[in-house]
Write a protein that binds this ligand. Structure first.
Ligand code: NAP
Ligand code: ZN
Ligand code: ZN
Length: 348
Protein backbone atom coordinates (compact mmCIF):
# COMPACT_ATOMS: atom_id res chain seq x y z
CA UNK A 1 0.00 0.00 0.00
CA UNK A 2 1.02 3.60 -0.54
CA UNK A 3 1.04 5.78 2.57
CA UNK A 4 -0.55 9.15 1.89
CA UNK A 5 -0.80 12.37 3.90
CA UNK A 6 -3.83 14.58 3.59
CA UNK A 7 -6.51 16.62 5.35
CA UNK A 8 -9.89 15.13 6.20
CA UNK A 9 -13.20 15.98 7.84
CA UNK A 10 -13.82 13.26 10.42
CA UNK A 11 -17.57 13.99 10.68
CA UNK A 12 -20.22 16.06 8.92
CA UNK A 13 -19.54 19.81 9.30
CA UNK A 14 -16.27 19.13 11.18
CA UNK A 15 -13.15 21.21 10.50
CA UNK A 16 -10.56 19.56 8.28
CA UNK A 17 -7.57 18.14 10.17
CA UNK A 18 -4.36 16.27 9.22
CA UNK A 19 -5.11 12.67 8.28
CA UNK A 20 -2.93 9.77 7.07
CA UNK A 21 -4.35 6.94 4.99
CA UNK A 22 -3.41 4.34 2.38
CA UNK A 23 -4.01 4.04 -1.33
CA UNK A 24 -3.73 0.89 -3.44
CA UNK A 25 -0.45 -0.12 -5.07
CA UNK A 26 -0.68 0.77 -8.78
CA UNK A 27 -2.38 -1.96 -10.84
CA UNK A 28 -1.61 -2.73 -14.49
CA UNK A 29 -3.40 0.37 -15.83
CA UNK A 30 -2.84 2.76 -12.94
CA UNK A 31 -0.71 5.85 -12.69
CA UNK A 32 0.54 7.26 -9.41
CA UNK A 33 0.36 11.05 -9.35
CA UNK A 34 2.32 13.31 -7.00
CA UNK A 35 -0.33 15.96 -6.34
CA UNK A 36 0.98 19.51 -6.59
CA UNK A 37 -2.23 21.57 -6.43
CA UNK A 38 -5.90 21.06 -5.69
CA UNK A 39 -8.69 23.62 -6.15
CA UNK A 40 -11.45 24.09 -3.59
CA UNK A 41 -14.87 23.65 -5.20
CA UNK A 42 -18.07 24.68 -3.40
CA UNK A 43 -19.10 21.04 -3.82
CA UNK A 44 -16.37 20.12 -1.30
CA UNK A 45 -18.21 22.28 1.25
CA UNK A 46 -21.66 20.84 0.39
CA UNK A 47 -20.25 17.31 0.82
CA UNK A 48 -18.26 17.93 4.00
CA UNK A 49 -21.44 19.49 5.43
CA UNK A 50 -23.48 16.49 4.18
CA UNK A 51 -25.96 18.92 2.62
CA UNK A 52 -26.90 16.48 -0.15
CA UNK A 53 -27.10 13.42 2.14
CA UNK A 54 -25.02 10.23 1.90
CA UNK A 55 -21.64 11.72 2.80
CA UNK A 56 -19.19 9.25 4.32
CA UNK A 57 -16.39 10.06 6.75
CA UNK A 58 -13.49 10.47 7.21
CA UNK A 59 -13.61 12.46 3.97
CA UNK A 60 -10.59 13.85 2.14
CA UNK A 61 -12.21 16.26 -0.34
CA UNK A 62 -10.75 17.65 -3.57
CA UNK A 63 -11.53 17.00 -7.23
CA UNK A 64 -9.56 19.71 -9.01
CA UNK A 65 -6.23 17.91 -8.94
CA UNK A 66 -3.05 18.62 -10.88
CA UNK A 67 0.31 16.96 -10.46
CA UNK A 68 3.11 14.94 -11.98
CA UNK A 69 3.10 11.23 -12.81
CA UNK A 70 5.62 9.52 -10.50
CA UNK A 71 5.01 5.84 -11.29
CA UNK A 72 3.12 3.84 -13.93
CA UNK A 73 1.63 0.34 -14.00
CA UNK A 74 3.06 -2.21 -16.51
CA UNK A 75 0.21 -1.82 -19.04
CA UNK A 76 -0.03 1.99 -19.02
CA UNK A 77 0.36 3.38 -22.55
CA UNK A 78 -0.89 6.96 -22.39
CA UNK A 79 1.34 8.46 -19.71
CA UNK A 80 4.97 8.45 -18.67
CA UNK A 81 6.79 9.40 -15.51
CA UNK A 82 7.16 13.18 -15.36
CA UNK A 83 3.98 14.01 -17.34
CA UNK A 84 1.79 16.96 -16.24
CA UNK A 85 -1.62 15.52 -15.51
CA UNK A 86 -4.95 16.23 -13.84
CA UNK A 87 -7.83 14.37 -12.21
CA UNK A 88 -11.36 15.74 -12.00
CA UNK A 89 -14.58 14.66 -10.31
CA UNK A 90 -14.54 10.94 -11.07
CA UNK A 91 -11.94 8.16 -11.27
CA UNK A 92 -13.92 5.29 -12.81
CA UNK A 93 -17.30 4.28 -14.25
CA UNK A 94 -18.92 1.07 -15.55
CA UNK A 95 -17.45 1.58 -19.08
CA UNK A 96 -20.31 -0.39 -20.71
CA UNK A 97 -23.57 1.56 -20.29
CA UNK A 98 -24.99 3.82 -23.03
CA UNK A 99 -23.65 6.94 -21.33
CA UNK A 100 -20.14 5.51 -20.90
CA UNK A 101 -20.13 4.32 -24.54
CA UNK A 102 -20.97 7.90 -25.59
CA UNK A 103 -18.02 9.32 -23.59
CA UNK A 104 -20.47 10.75 -21.06
CA UNK A 105 -19.16 8.85 -18.04
CA UNK A 106 -20.51 11.53 -15.70
CA UNK A 107 -24.00 10.17 -16.48
CA UNK A 108 -22.99 6.49 -16.08
CA UNK A 109 -26.18 4.60 -15.25
CA UNK A 110 -24.31 2.43 -12.73
CA UNK A 111 -23.00 5.65 -11.15
CA UNK A 112 -19.56 7.12 -11.74
CA UNK A 113 -16.94 6.45 -9.07
CA UNK A 114 -16.44 9.90 -7.61
CA UNK A 115 -12.91 11.02 -6.79
CA UNK A 116 -13.85 11.23 -3.10
CA UNK A 117 -16.95 10.36 -1.08
CA UNK A 118 -17.39 7.32 -3.32
CA UNK A 119 -16.39 3.67 -3.33
CA UNK A 120 -13.87 2.28 -5.83
CA UNK A 121 -14.38 -0.99 -7.72
CA UNK A 122 -12.04 -2.54 -5.11
CA UNK A 123 -14.63 -1.71 -2.42
CA UNK A 124 -12.36 0.88 -0.79
CA UNK A 125 -13.73 4.39 -0.12
CA UNK A 126 -12.22 6.95 -2.49
CA UNK A 127 -10.32 9.94 -1.10
CA UNK A 128 -9.60 13.17 -2.94
CA UNK A 129 -6.93 15.68 -3.74
CA UNK A 130 -6.31 17.42 -0.41
CA UNK A 131 -3.45 14.91 -0.18
CA UNK A 132 0.03 14.30 -1.58
CA UNK A 133 -0.56 11.31 -3.88
CA UNK A 134 -3.37 9.62 -5.79
CA UNK A 135 -3.58 6.36 -7.80
CA UNK A 136 -5.90 6.50 -10.83
CA UNK A 137 -6.62 4.32 -13.87
CA UNK A 138 -4.98 6.02 -16.85
CA UNK A 139 -8.31 6.17 -18.70
CA UNK A 140 -9.60 8.65 -16.10
CA UNK A 141 -6.51 10.88 -16.09
CA UNK A 142 -6.24 14.11 -18.14
CA UNK A 143 -3.23 15.66 -19.81
CA UNK A 144 -2.45 19.27 -18.85
CA UNK A 145 -1.20 21.29 -21.84
CA UNK A 146 2.44 22.36 -21.43
CA UNK A 147 1.71 26.08 -21.57
CA UNK A 148 -0.67 25.99 -18.57
CA UNK A 149 0.70 26.24 -15.04
CA UNK A 150 -0.39 23.49 -12.67
CA UNK A 151 -1.78 25.88 -10.04
CA UNK A 152 -3.96 27.97 -12.39
CA UNK A 153 -5.01 24.89 -14.38
CA UNK A 154 -6.27 22.92 -11.35
CA UNK A 155 -9.76 24.54 -11.29
CA UNK A 156 -10.29 23.65 -14.95
CA UNK A 157 -10.77 20.01 -13.85
CA UNK A 158 -14.16 20.83 -12.33
CA UNK A 159 -15.04 24.54 -12.69
CA UNK A 160 -13.75 24.66 -16.28
CA UNK A 161 -15.51 21.56 -17.59
CA UNK A 162 -18.73 22.28 -15.67
CA UNK A 163 -19.21 25.46 -17.72
CA UNK A 164 -17.56 24.31 -20.96
CA UNK A 165 -19.90 21.33 -21.36
CA UNK A 166 -23.23 23.27 -21.29
CA UNK A 167 -21.73 26.09 -23.37
CA UNK A 168 -20.90 23.53 -26.07
CA UNK A 169 -24.14 21.57 -25.72
CA UNK A 170 -26.29 24.72 -26.03
CA UNK A 171 -24.11 26.08 -28.87
CA UNK A 172 -22.62 29.17 -27.29
CA UNK A 173 -20.91 31.30 -29.91
CA UNK A 174 -21.15 34.48 -31.98
CA UNK A 175 -24.65 35.99 -31.99
CA UNK A 176 -25.69 34.24 -28.76
CA UNK A 177 -26.62 36.25 -25.66
CA UNK A 178 -25.53 34.38 -22.57
CA UNK A 179 -25.98 35.17 -18.89
CA UNK A 180 -23.84 33.68 -16.17
CA UNK A 181 -25.59 33.90 -12.80
CA UNK A 182 -23.14 34.02 -9.86
CA UNK A 183 -19.54 35.11 -10.33
CA UNK A 184 -17.83 32.53 -8.14
CA UNK A 185 -15.40 29.71 -8.96
CA UNK A 186 -17.41 28.04 -11.69
CA UNK A 187 -19.13 31.25 -12.83
CA UNK A 188 -15.90 33.11 -13.58
CA UNK A 189 -14.75 30.20 -15.77
CA UNK A 190 -18.08 30.48 -17.61
CA UNK A 191 -17.40 34.14 -18.38
CA UNK A 192 -13.91 33.40 -19.71
CA UNK A 193 -15.03 30.41 -21.81
CA UNK A 194 -18.21 32.01 -23.24
CA UNK A 195 -16.20 35.12 -24.17
CA UNK A 196 -13.52 32.99 -25.86
CA UNK A 197 -16.27 31.20 -27.81
CA UNK A 198 -17.42 34.57 -29.17
CA UNK A 199 -20.75 34.93 -27.34
CA UNK A 200 -22.08 38.15 -25.77
CA UNK A 201 -21.67 37.59 -22.05
CA UNK A 202 -23.61 39.19 -19.19
CA UNK A 203 -22.88 38.57 -15.51
CA UNK A 204 -25.79 38.58 -13.07
CA UNK A 205 -24.22 38.94 -9.63
CA UNK A 206 -25.95 39.75 -6.37
CA UNK A 207 -24.19 43.13 -6.13
CA UNK A 208 -22.01 45.35 -8.31
CA UNK A 209 -18.91 44.66 -6.16
CA UNK A 210 -17.33 42.40 -8.77
CA UNK A 211 -18.23 44.57 -11.78
CA UNK A 212 -14.69 45.65 -12.62
CA UNK A 213 -13.46 42.04 -12.38
CA UNK A 214 -16.32 40.88 -14.59
CA UNK A 215 -15.22 43.19 -17.38
CA UNK A 216 -11.61 42.02 -17.09
CA UNK A 217 -12.74 38.39 -17.30
CA UNK A 218 -14.51 39.14 -20.57
CA UNK A 219 -18.09 40.13 -19.65
CA UNK A 220 -19.81 42.61 -21.96
CA UNK A 221 -22.44 43.56 -19.36
CA UNK A 222 -22.80 43.28 -15.60
CA UNK A 223 -25.98 43.67 -13.50
CA UNK A 224 -26.87 43.36 -9.83
CA UNK A 225 -29.72 40.96 -9.13
CA UNK A 226 -30.43 42.81 -5.87
CA UNK A 227 -31.76 45.67 -8.05
CA UNK A 228 -35.36 44.91 -9.21
CA UNK A 229 -34.75 47.11 -12.30
CA UNK A 230 -32.37 44.40 -13.62
CA UNK A 231 -35.26 41.97 -14.04
CA UNK A 232 -37.42 44.58 -15.80
CA UNK A 233 -34.69 45.72 -18.15
CA UNK A 234 -33.48 42.25 -19.19
CA UNK A 235 -36.89 40.56 -19.60
CA UNK A 236 -36.82 38.26 -22.65
CA UNK A 237 -33.16 39.06 -23.47
CA UNK A 238 -31.07 35.89 -23.20
CA UNK A 239 -30.72 32.78 -25.38
CA UNK A 240 -29.00 30.90 -22.57
CA UNK A 241 -28.71 31.44 -18.84
CA UNK A 242 -26.29 29.31 -16.84
CA UNK A 243 -27.14 29.38 -13.18
CA UNK A 244 -24.13 28.66 -10.96
CA UNK A 245 -25.50 29.89 -7.62
CA UNK A 246 -24.89 27.57 -4.67
CA UNK A 247 -27.84 28.95 -2.65
CA UNK A 248 -31.65 28.94 -3.15
CA UNK A 249 -32.73 31.73 -5.48
CA UNK A 250 -36.03 32.20 -7.33
CA UNK A 251 -35.43 30.45 -10.66
CA UNK A 252 -38.81 31.68 -12.00
CA UNK A 253 -37.53 35.24 -11.93
CA UNK A 254 -34.56 34.21 -14.11
CA UNK A 255 -36.68 32.17 -16.55
CA UNK A 256 -38.49 35.43 -17.39
CA UNK A 257 -35.21 36.76 -18.77
CA UNK A 258 -35.14 34.16 -21.57
CA UNK A 259 -36.10 34.93 -25.15
CA UNK A 260 -38.36 32.64 -27.22
CA UNK A 261 -37.04 29.05 -27.00
CA UNK A 262 -34.35 30.12 -24.55
CA UNK A 263 -32.88 27.72 -22.00
CA UNK A 264 -31.80 28.08 -18.42
CA UNK A 265 -29.24 25.49 -17.41
CA UNK A 266 -28.84 24.81 -13.73
CA UNK A 267 -25.36 23.83 -12.58
CA UNK A 268 -25.38 25.19 -9.00
CA UNK A 269 -26.71 22.59 -6.55
CA UNK A 270 -28.23 24.26 -3.47
CA UNK A 271 -29.18 22.19 -0.45
CA UNK A 272 -32.96 22.73 -0.81
CA UNK A 273 -35.27 22.16 -3.80
CA UNK A 274 -36.49 25.22 -5.71
CA UNK A 275 -40.09 25.21 -7.06
CA UNK A 276 -40.57 26.11 -10.74
CA UNK A 277 -43.95 27.49 -11.90
CA UNK A 278 -45.60 26.29 -15.14
CA UNK A 279 -46.14 29.84 -16.41
CA UNK A 280 -42.38 30.53 -16.26
CA UNK A 281 -41.95 27.73 -18.81
CA UNK A 282 -45.00 27.76 -21.08
CA UNK A 283 -44.62 31.46 -21.89
CA UNK A 284 -41.93 31.69 -24.58
CA UNK A 285 -41.57 27.88 -24.86
CA UNK A 286 -38.71 28.11 -22.41
CA UNK A 287 -36.65 25.19 -21.15
CA UNK A 288 -35.01 24.51 -17.86
CA UNK A 289 -32.26 21.89 -17.88
CA UNK A 290 -29.32 20.72 -15.81
CA UNK A 291 -25.75 19.79 -16.59
CA UNK A 292 -23.18 17.79 -14.64
CA UNK A 293 -19.43 18.32 -15.18
CA UNK A 294 -18.30 16.59 -18.44
CA UNK A 295 -16.90 13.28 -19.70
CA UNK A 296 -13.19 12.48 -20.01
CA UNK A 297 -13.09 13.15 -23.78
CA UNK A 298 -14.79 16.54 -23.44
CA UNK A 299 -12.65 17.45 -20.43
CA UNK A 300 -9.51 16.82 -22.51
CA UNK A 301 -11.00 18.93 -25.35
CA UNK A 302 -11.68 21.73 -22.85
CA UNK A 303 -8.09 21.55 -21.51
CA UNK A 304 -6.71 21.70 -25.05
CA UNK A 305 -9.03 24.64 -25.87
CA UNK A 306 -7.76 26.42 -22.72
CA UNK A 307 -4.16 25.62 -23.74
CA UNK A 308 -4.69 27.15 -27.19
CA UNK A 309 -6.48 30.22 -25.85
CA UNK A 310 -4.34 30.59 -22.73
CA UNK A 311 -7.35 30.33 -20.40
CA UNK A 312 -6.81 29.50 -16.75
CA UNK A 313 -8.53 30.26 -13.47
CA UNK A 314 -8.05 33.38 -11.33
CA UNK A 315 -6.70 31.89 -8.13
CA UNK A 316 -5.57 32.57 -4.59
CA UNK A 317 -3.00 29.95 -3.61
CA UNK A 318 -3.23 28.87 0.02
CA UNK A 319 -1.51 26.43 2.33
CA UNK A 320 -3.50 23.40 3.48
CA UNK A 321 -3.48 24.79 7.03
CA UNK A 322 -5.73 27.66 5.79
CA UNK A 323 -8.39 25.39 4.31
CA UNK A 324 -11.02 25.88 7.04
CA UNK A 325 -10.71 29.65 6.81
CA UNK A 326 -11.01 29.40 3.00
CA UNK A 327 -14.29 27.47 3.39
CA UNK A 328 -15.69 30.33 5.51
CA UNK A 329 -14.63 32.89 2.91
CA UNK A 330 -16.26 30.90 0.09
CA UNK A 331 -19.52 30.81 2.07
CA UNK A 332 -19.33 34.62 2.29
CA UNK A 333 -18.78 34.91 -1.51
CA UNK A 334 -15.33 36.26 -0.60
CA UNK A 335 -13.21 34.41 -3.16
CA UNK A 336 -11.54 35.87 -6.25
CA UNK A 337 -12.16 33.40 -7.81
CA UNK A 338 -10.84 30.01 -6.73
CA UNK A 339 -8.75 28.93 -3.77
CA UNK A 340 -6.06 26.47 -4.80
CA UNK A 341 -4.15 24.49 -2.18
CA UNK A 342 -0.39 24.13 -2.62
CA UNK A 343 0.14 20.57 -1.38
CA UNK A 344 3.81 21.24 -0.56
CA UNK A 345 2.37 22.76 2.60
CA UNK A 346 1.52 19.26 3.86
CA UNK A 347 5.23 19.05 4.77
CA UNK A 348 5.06 22.11 7.10
P1 NAP B 1 -18.71 29.65 -5.30
O1 NAP B 1 -17.33 29.92 -5.73
O2 NAP B 1 -19.09 29.75 -3.87
O3 NAP B 1 -19.69 30.59 -6.20
C1 NAP B 1 -21.07 30.64 -6.01
C2 NAP B 1 -21.53 32.06 -6.35
O4 NAP B 1 -22.94 32.10 -6.19
C3 NAP B 1 -21.00 33.13 -5.40
O5 NAP B 1 -19.75 33.63 -5.75
C4 NAP B 1 -22.05 34.22 -5.54
O6 NAP B 1 -21.83 34.96 -6.73
C5 NAP B 1 -23.33 33.41 -5.75
N1 NAP B 1 -24.07 33.28 -4.49
C6 NAP B 1 -23.70 32.64 -3.36
N2 NAP B 1 -24.65 32.74 -2.42
C7 NAP B 1 -25.65 33.44 -2.97
C8 NAP B 1 -26.92 33.88 -2.50
N3 NAP B 1 -27.34 33.58 -1.26
N4 NAP B 1 -27.71 34.59 -3.34
C9 NAP B 1 -27.30 34.88 -4.58
N5 NAP B 1 -26.09 34.51 -5.06
C10 NAP B 1 -25.28 33.80 -4.27
O7 NAP B 1 -19.17 28.17 -5.72
P2 NAP B 1 -18.73 27.31 -7.00
O8 NAP B 1 -17.58 26.45 -6.63
O9 NAP B 1 -18.66 28.21 -8.15
O10 NAP B 1 -19.99 26.33 -7.10
C11 NAP B 1 -21.30 26.84 -7.32
C12 NAP B 1 -22.33 25.74 -7.24
O11 NAP B 1 -22.14 24.84 -8.35
C13 NAP B 1 -22.25 24.86 -6.00
O12 NAP B 1 -23.57 24.56 -5.58
C14 NAP B 1 -21.53 23.60 -6.49
O13 NAP B 1 -21.84 22.45 -5.74
C15 NAP B 1 -22.12 23.50 -7.87
N6 NAP B 1 -21.30 22.72 -8.83
C16 NAP B 1 -21.98 21.98 -9.73
C17 NAP B 1 -21.30 21.27 -10.70
C18 NAP B 1 -22.04 20.51 -11.74
O14 NAP B 1 -21.43 19.66 -12.39
N7 NAP B 1 -23.32 20.78 -11.96
C19 NAP B 1 -19.89 21.29 -10.71
C20 NAP B 1 -19.22 22.10 -9.78
C21 NAP B 1 -19.95 22.82 -8.85
P3 NAP B 1 -22.08 36.56 -6.79
O15 NAP B 1 -21.26 37.14 -5.68
O16 NAP B 1 -21.60 36.93 -8.14
O17 NAP B 1 -23.56 36.75 -6.64
ZN1 ZN C 1 -16.41 20.68 -8.28
ZN1 ZN D 1 -21.49 3.49 -17.32
Amino acid sequence: MIHVKGYAAKNAKASLVPYSFERREPGDNDVVIDIKYCGICHTDIHQVSDEWGGSTFPMVPGHEITGIVSQIGPKVTRYNKGDKVGVGCFVDSCRTCTACMKNLEQYCTAGMVTTYNGVGKDGIPTQGGYSNQIVVDENYVLRIPDMLSLDRAAPLLCAGITLYSPLMHWNAGPGKKIAIVGLGGIGHMGVKLAHALGAEVTVLSHSLKKQEDGRKLGADHFYATSDPETFKKLKGYFDLIINTVSAEIDWNQYLELLTLDGSMVVVGIPEKQIPVGSFSLVAGRRSIAGSLIGGIKETQEMLDFCGKNNITSEIEVIQIQQVNEAYKRILNSDVRYRFVIDLKSLEL
